[in-house]
Design a protein around this ligand. Structure first.
Ligand code: FES
Ligand code: FES
Length: 181
């Protein structure tokens, strides 16, 4: 049996990737793991439910949106720009992390995760939420609902939800311009 492949080019964490011959039916999660060695996005349910495999994709205009890579083919991302959990921290020219993103730092400061399996998905969800609030600030009295709506799709089997919520709330309150009024 021969595997049908076709070339794939895209931008990952700001770097051009490809063209690489990739099986036509390969899921994005497998492409990230097997071809790019970006293993931070997790395989959980493999069915689009747990959101552990979530990455972010740039939409036209630049706004981020979440994408589940276990149910989205790699070739869907042809020509697009995506961000994996490996891309949120700042790095020096050698690729060494020099500073975590505000969300990552808040998750550590709040002891938000336990085993950490769900954490890449939560980091991405919170980062996408911050990006959205920069464009459309939220009223203070609507903040809890907005955080819950952003994080609710993500499953944490260690049930560390409260600290994730608290960490995200703190980042939003500490970041100028995210609250309206
Ligand atoms: S592994 Fe993708 S949604 Fe669960
Ligand atoms: S910290 Fe273990 S699954 Fe969330």
């Amino acid at each position: 049996m021969t595997l049908k492949t076709k070339p794939l080019s895209l931008i990952v964490n700001g770097e051009a990737v490809g063209p690489i011959d990739v099986p036509e039916d390969m899921m994005m999660l497998d492409f990230l793991h097997e071809y790019l060695n970006l293993t931070g996005s997790r395989m959980g349910c493999g069915q689009g439910i747990c959101h552990a495999c979530t990455i972010a994709m740039d939409q036209p205009g630049g706004a981020l949106m979440e994408m589940r890579t276990c149910i989205t083919g790699a070739h869907f991302f042809a020509g697009r720009s995506v961000h994996t959990v490996e891309g949120w921290a700042s790095r020096d020219g050698q690729g060494t992390v020099t500073a975590l993103s505000p969300v990552q730092q808040a998750f550590i400061s709040h002891f938000a995760f336990q085993c950490g399996y769900c954490t890449p998905g939560f980091v991405t969800a919170a980062t996408v939420l911050l990006d959205r609030l920069k464009r459309t600030p939220v009223r203070r009295d609507d903040l809890e609902r907005v955080i819950e709506a952003a994080l609710a799709p993500h499953i944490c089997r260690c049930t560390g939800y409260v600290r994730y919520y608290e960490a995200v709330r703190q980042v939003i309150l500490d970041t100028p311009g995210l609250l309206a009024g």
